[in-house]
Design a protein around this ligand. Structure first.
Ligand SMILES: [Zn+2]
Length: 364
């Protein structure tokens, strides 16, 4: 039985809610954490129409990027979305700036959609520290432990998951009075062929993964050591810098963005440079313009930018493409849906079909 809590924890694992910006409002914003999940709808925003869609298809959880409650509520009308969610018994989990900066999140999905390579941070806003977790287990149980490392998304190094290192050795113990040993007899020293499995784990994930491992470990008293790994740190960034495979003209780059994001149109300002090194920030990214200028890129792609910020870019001969808030963020929904569908195969995850970009472009 999959509950709202399971989905909440899955999202918290790939995009920790604690990494959201101070002004943000994320997490389970409406609902009951213990409720059983029937079907899940994913949408960039939870609008009235999205709630109606959820009721029609029988979904009792909506996962959205934009928070369904952002500013403080003074009253709730029957037509207000949080009221409708409560009325129809629909839960809402919102992953906003925590999903923007996640490695599995919006900016990475945007970079991937554009075919950018060798990604680097544009503006570091959160640094994640790591632990080295060391588990000792009987050799026969080592595969089960390694499978957990893989499925729970720990042991991640760059684009590799399930990374661990094992050494085999002898474990010794004497079960005392009151013990209930998995192997061996009370009062006799037992020698067991054991494996020592080491893997990296984000500090914020450590408690949970140690709990899971201790639950599946066959020993009555599993030994799990945790060391702070000062050599590893992950910097999470509000925007990214990446490289196109081939240089392209400003006009071709603007068309490339429109095609990759399947958007109605893009606005852009030109420069004298061919485009290869690109900075991007999904959604409203105009305020990162000075980070963009400092990063010496050929172009900046974002979803919202003001005229005076465009003038600054123009002064430094940087192309800017504004592909719209919706198109630069909606790009995360399908990858998130795929991750959830792979993990929870008994539950149907659907992308909203009623939520579309409401901005049109009149051309020619
Ligand atoms: Zn947004």
């Amino acid at each position: 039985m999959t509950t709202v809590k399971d989905i909440y924890e899955f999202i918290d694992n790939i995009a920790p809610f604690k990494t959201a910006m101070d002004f943000d409002n994320v997490g389970l914003l409406v609902g009951d954490i213990n409720q059983k999940i029937n079907k899940v709808l994913l949408a960039l925003d939870i609008t009235n129409k999205v709630v109606e869609e959820a009721t029609e298809i029988g979904a009792n959880l909506i996962i959205s990027h934009h928070p369904v409650i952002f500013n403080s509520l003074k009253k709730l009308d029957a037509n207000d979305v949080p009221y409708m969610l409560a009325k129809y018994n629909i839960n809402a989990i919102c992953a906003h700036t925590n999903l923007d900066i996640s490695k599995f999140g919006v900016n990475n999905s945007l970079a991937e959609a554009l075919g950018l390579e060798s990604l680097q941070p544009l503006n570091i806003c959160y640094s994640e520290n790591y632990n080295k977790v060391v588990v000792f287990c009987p050799k026969d149980s080592s595969n089960v432990i390694r499978k957990v490392i893989e499925t729970e998304n720990v042991g991640i190094i760059g684009n590799y998951k399930g990374c661990s290192f094992s050494t085999t050795g002898e474990g010794r113990f004497v079960p005392m009075e009151g013990s209930n040993p998995f192997i061996g007899d009370k009062g006799r020293c037992e020698t067991v062929l054991e494996e020592k499995i080491e893997f990296l784990c984000k500090k914020g994930q450590t408690r949970r993964i140690v709990e899971i491992i201790k639950n599946i470990h066959p020993y009555e008293e599993p030994v799990v050591d945790i060391f702070e790994d000062k050599a590893v740190r992950e910097d999470l960034s509000l925007g990214l810098i990446g490289f196109l495979k081939d240089k392209m003209s400003v006009e071709n780059f603007a068309h490339h963005v429109r095609k990759c994001l399947k958007c109605n149109g893009v606005r852009y300002i030109s420069s004298s440079k061919m485009i290869r090194k690109v900075a991007l920030c999904s959604g409203s990214g105009g305020n990162l313009i000075y980070d963009v200028i400092r990063s010496d890129v050929d172009a900046y792609l974002t979803g919202e930018i003001k005229y005076h910020e465009l003038l600054e870019a123009n002064k430094h001969d940087i192309t800017v493409v504004d592909a719209g808030h919706f198109a630069t963020e909606d790009v995360v929904i399908n990858p998130l849906l795929n991750m959830l569908s792979n993990k929870y195969r008994d539950i149907k995850f659907l992308k909203s079909s009623v939520l579309k970009d409401i901005i049109n472009y009149a051309v020619n």
